[in-house]
Design a protein around this ligand. Structure first.
Ligand SMILES: [Zn+2]
Length: 310
């Protein structure tokens, strides 16, 4: 997603504009967790709040009238709905594994709610044993640090990050390679990775990251982006991170180039491949930014796909 080190006046104004078009944006934020089972593993979706991202950022190469028509056909506001932030908590034996950590307080005022939503559900931050990151964007990683910006939000957790993602965000050249809107985010992510370095394990495609959880390489959105495959008792779920970010666009028009994708062509190729796999093998999905709680199946619809909430 789009980000700056701290809310920038233009970002705030853009967010305000989206909020005015959709005045109940905050009310759309889910607070009570949603729970599913994958075999003996309990999968709990906890909200970090909502994000307001201007369409001019998400779809910089698509006429906005085309996007409005697609949203309308899906029963959505013509400017799109606010983006959810569906953080996954895995309960497996004694392990309490978060997949991504939300944004913390420094990103958008409607987000950074993960800790309060966990605590409201009776889940203490110090009970989290591991945080597995899908990628280094602010809304997935910055929440690992507490609201004071100098300590771990989950003090007893170790961290797992895709090795290629670590290499990308810790490379001093990355801040000069990303679009202007993401420069502040690149610096912020590099700073946080430095803070947590001693507790980070780097893992590659196909490697186990926690019991029942393996990384699935899905590059394009970021160079090292990984989905997380959850399997137990013959059941299978894929936590898709930011491969499929919009309930309408990602499924009906996976070929549209997405502004937040670092490599937009690779993003399309990865998205199309994952959609085919999810539909063919009938694997359930949780998408981080999909309509709350982001859990559903993928079906073929003509030459494209549709998301069926479960
Ligand atoms: Zn992202």
């Amino acid at each position: 997603m789009m980000m700056r080190l701290r809310p920038h006046r233009r970002t705030v104004l853009a967010g305000l504009g989206a909020a005015l078009l959709c005045p109940r944006a905050d009310a759309l934020a889910a607070s009570a967790p949603a729970t599913r089972k994958v075999g003996g593993i309990e999968v709990v979706v906890v909200s970090d709040g909502v994000l307001n991202v201007p369409l001019s950022f998400s779809l910089p190469e698509t006429p906005l009238s085309d996007a409005a028509a697609l949203f309308k056909a899906h029963g959505l506001p013509e400017a799109g709905a606010p983006s959810q932030t569906n953080v996954v908590l895995i309960k497996s034996g004694r392990e309490r594994v978060l997949i991504d950590a939300g944004s913390g307080p420094g990103f958008q005022p409607t987000a950074g709610k993960l800790q309060e939503n966990l605590e409201a559900a009776g889940i203490a931050p110090d009970s989290i044993t591991k945080v597995v990151f899908t990628h280094g964007h602010a809304d997935h990683l910055w929440g690992a640090i507490d609201d004071f910006g100098d300590g771990d939000r989950f003090p007893n957790a170790s961290y797992v990050i895709p090795a290629a993602e670590w290499d990308f965000w810790t490379d001093p050249d990355t801040a000069t390679r990303v679009p202007d809107a993401l420069k502040g985010m690149a610096l912020g992510t590099a700073r946080i990775l430095k803070m947590i370095e001693k507790k980070v394990e780097r893992r590659r495609n196909g490697e186990t990251v926690a019991p029942g959880l393996t990384y699935l390489a899905t590059p394009g959105h970021t160079p090292g982006h990984m989905a997380v495959s959850v399997t137990d008792g013959g059941q299978h779920l894929i936590v898709g991170g930011d491969v499929l970010t919009n309930t309408a666009i990602s499924f009906a028009r996976p070929d549209w180039r997405i502004g937040a994708d670092f490599d937009r062509d690779q993003g399309i190729a990865t998205r199309t491949r994952l959609l085919d796999q999810l539909a063919t093998d009938r694997i359930a999905l949780i998408g981080f930014h999909l309509a709350w709680p982001g859990f559903g199946a993928v079906e073929r619809a003509g030459t494209a796909y549709r998301f069926m909430p479960l």
